[in-house]
Design a protein around this ligand. Structure first.
Ligand code: CA
Length: 707
């Protein structure tokens, strides 16, 4: 608790804790009984997101009220889990701007802006869409990663800069979205970017005091001719074929770092292949270690301990980057030090973390790529034809979003249930008609459109049929579903569970909801003015339990611009982004927020659209679609260009697009675009605007799905 808060609480006659701030260490992060703090991404080293607090409970949650709030005016999407230590809440927002606020009053204590657009520059083109999911603490420091690949240490008390480590090769198409993991005086961080260029994933541990590199572990092997970094890489190389090092291999660890004090191990969730299509990556097949795995490493040295691969030889973007949750389970009369993991591939895994042996795996959603996981071999039993060896197309479920993505699950040990935001959708996979020998990785630095897109390895459209989402309560011991709440939209945010028999989750429709942990009955629903993309947290200070959540529709689903996302009506720059804290004694009024309404395209009736130019403009627009959405329809995380007055002004359009005058907002400069490119782009955007107004009929270009 910080001194200001202590004095305030003392003045109010509430219990006063020791005023001396204490440093965050492994004992604190392992102490599940400490309900005043939230010290790691998933609260404790076990990453369960369970809090043994019951002041707010199933009997009284209906009376939950707003206690305080903070506007976050520079934010776009907010997806992160705040930390709470010593009465102070720390969180990262858009462009990795970090803030510290008094966790009792919401008063802003400090702001640190790492000036991400300036450092990232053109990298914003691949990284703008991604929010930052969190930060870490160790000792008296806070650690924030930036999308441009820096790891920055700040004084927790003041927000003053201590050190910066550069964790990626600036020439590579990589970025950081995940939270770092701190343990034993070190801070561990991975990176993402598998989809934007040849990538070879790794994680790096840094000394928390100095920022010096302590160790690095590569996730896939490099060129054998260069020698292997360690025996694990030599072993892994035996599972690859062809010249995989030329295409990178992938495996990037962009999320899912857990530290286990009982075994002094870190568990790393590893990513999919680069590229997705295994025929290119490893043409003779093979398991391709350590893609799509849980890797256990020695926390002090980074040495390999064991691995469990969830999807051998993956070829469907089935990464295993999802959160890794530790729990003591009793299974078949035996106490098990378990690790729980629900990766994209649709199975829920319970693994004995003392040795990496699979205990059980069952599907949490419809799974058609494998019939089951063989418990003897620990391997999935694939269905025939799923590898599109004949070119396809083959319909694969779960789709490339995965049955479970990064929105975290939570585990309630009192109910023995895991609460999982689940995606139900199907993708088609095919490379028929593509000469994969011509495959070229995208070039994120290409100044002009065509070179930037590479040559497809694979086509992956969403299959026809409406996807949906669910929140489900899953029994990890019996491996079965206990209850389920259906949603209209596939992607939903992460969960929190408490000893008050509650599960909390936001909705994409702009609510925060409390469910009964045992039944799934909705007990409280509060409108928060904007779609929620971040998981809530809870803590108690001064005898009061708070429930806090960042409200800021963001991440991939807020960019996608599909009908259901656009139809939610959340718009860039319209709906305020906020940090909200609730309690039973809250007396604050909910701040106003405009009602949801999709942006209305602007028309310039005097503008004559040249169809040929518009068609060429569509090619140029491929540069923009990653952030501004397919068919120029924004899902809310970025400006909807059909409704932008900037596009209607030749001068302003050129300044923004070519000169980068809005770089501070995250819009990179595209100096390589010619006048002809810009003109074509304007014709395309006017065409999409008129189509959006229903004035003309132009079919969707279906921009998503080329890999
Ligand atoms: Ca991926």
């Amino acid at each position: 608790m910080n001194r200001v808060t202590v004095l305030a609480l003392c003045a109010w006659g509430l219990s006063c804790m020791a005023a001396e701030p204490r440093a965050v260490d492994d004992a604190a992060m392992a102490d599940v009984s400490n309900t005043a703090e939230w010290l790691t991404y998933g609260r404790n080293h076990n990453e369960q997101r369970f809090v043994p607090l019951d002041q707010i409970n199933s009997g009284n949650v209906a009376g939950l009220k707003l206690d305080w709030y903070l506007d976050v005016p520079d934010a776009v999407g907010l997806v992160s889990t705040p930390l709470v230590a010593d009465g102070v809440m720390y969180f990262v927002g858009s462009r990795n701007i970090a803030r510290a606020v008094d966790a009792v009053t919401g008063e802003l204590l400090w702001t640190y802006d790492p000036e991400v657009p300036k450092h990232a520059a053109h990298r914003m083109r691949i990284a703008f869409v991604h929010g930052s999911r969190g930060l870490a603490m160790w000792g008296d420091k806070v650690f924030i990663p930036t999308i441009d690949g820096r790891l920055i240490a700040l004084e927790a008390a003041t927000g003053e800069h201590v050190w910066t480590a550069t964790t990626i090769d600036p020439s590579k198409a990589m970025y950081i979205t995940g939270a770092p993991k701190a343990f034993r005086g070190k801070v561990l961080i991975g990176n993402g970017g598998t989809e934007h260029g040849p990538a070879r994933g790794y994680v790096t541990a840094y000394d928390a005091e100095t920022g010096e590199q302590a160790w690095r572990f590569w996730i896939v092997p490099g060129n054998p001719a260069d020698g292997f970094e360690n025996a694990a890489m030599e072993m892994a190389a035996k599972t690859w074929t062809g010249e995989w090092w030329n295409v990178g291999g992938g495996g990037n660890s962009w999320h899912g770092l857990t530290y286990d004090p009982e075994f002094n191990a870190v568990y790393i969730g590893t990513g999919n292949g680069s590229p997705w299509n295994q025929k290119i990556r490893s043409p003779g097949g093979g398991d391709n270690l350590f893609l799509c795995s849980v890797l256990a490493l020695d926390a002090d040295t980074g040495e390999y301990r064991w691995h469990y691969q969830t999807t051998p030889g993956e070829t469907w973007d089935y990464n295993s980057n999802m959160d890794i949750v530790l729990a003591d389970l009793r299974i078949d009369g035996r106490d098990v030090k378990a690790l729980m993991h629900a990766p994209k591939n649709g199975f829920f895994y319970v693994i004995d973390r003392s040795n990496g042996k699979l205990i059980s795996a069952e599907p949490i959603a419809e799974v058609n790529w494998a019939s089951h996981v063989d418990l003897e071999t620990g391997r999935p039993v694939e269905m025939p034809g799923v590898r599109y060896l004949d070119g396809g197309p083959v319909h694969i479920t779960p789709g490339a979003l995965g049955a479970h993505n990064w929105p975290p699950m939570s585990y309630n040990p009192e109910h023995g249930l895991v609460y999982i935001p689940t995606v139900h959708e199907t993708y088609q996979f095919f490379d028929e008609g593509i000469d994969i020998a011509l495959w070229k990785s995208p070039n994120w630095q290409a100044p002009v459109p065509k070179e930037g897109f590479g040559v497809a390895a694979l086509v992956v459209p969403r299959a026809p049929g409406k996807p949906k989402g669910t929140l489900q309560a899953w029994d990890p011991v019996r491996q079965e579903r206990v209850w389920e709440v259906p949603f209209e939209v596939a992607w939903n945010p992460g969960t929190l569970t408490t000893a008050g028999d509650l599960v909390f989750q936001g909705t994409v429709h702009g609510d925060l909801v409390a469910y009964h942990a045992a039944t799934g009955e909705a007990l409280w629903r509060q409108a928060v003015g904007l779609g929620v993309s971040a998981p809530p947290i809870t803590y108690a200070i001064g005898g009061r339990q708070y429930l806090a959540v960042l409200v800021g529709w963001g991440s991939s689903p807020a960019v996608g611009g599909t009908d259901e996302q656009h139809g939610l009506g959340w718009a860039y720059g319209v709906h305020p982004r906020r940090l909200l804290a609730f309690s039973l004694e809250g007396e604050a009024a909910m701040p106003a927020s405009p009602p949801p309404a999709p942006p209305v395209p602007l028309d310039d009736p005097g503008f004559e659209i040249d169809d040929d130019l518009a068609n060429y403009g569509l090619q140029v627009y491929m540069n923009c679609a990653t952030c501004h959405g397919p068919d120029a329809i924004s899902g809310g995380a970025s400006p909807d260009l059909r409704a932008s007055p900037i596009v209607l002004s030749d001068g302003a359009f050129e300044e923004v697009v070519r000169e980068g005058t809005l770089l501070g907002n995250g819009m990179p400069a595209f100096p390589g675009l010619s006048d002809a490119h810009l003109e074509a782009l304007q014709h395309y955007l006017r065409q999409r605007a008129r189509a959006g107004l229903g004035l003309i009929d132009v079919p969707s270009a279906g921009l998503t799905g080329q890999r």
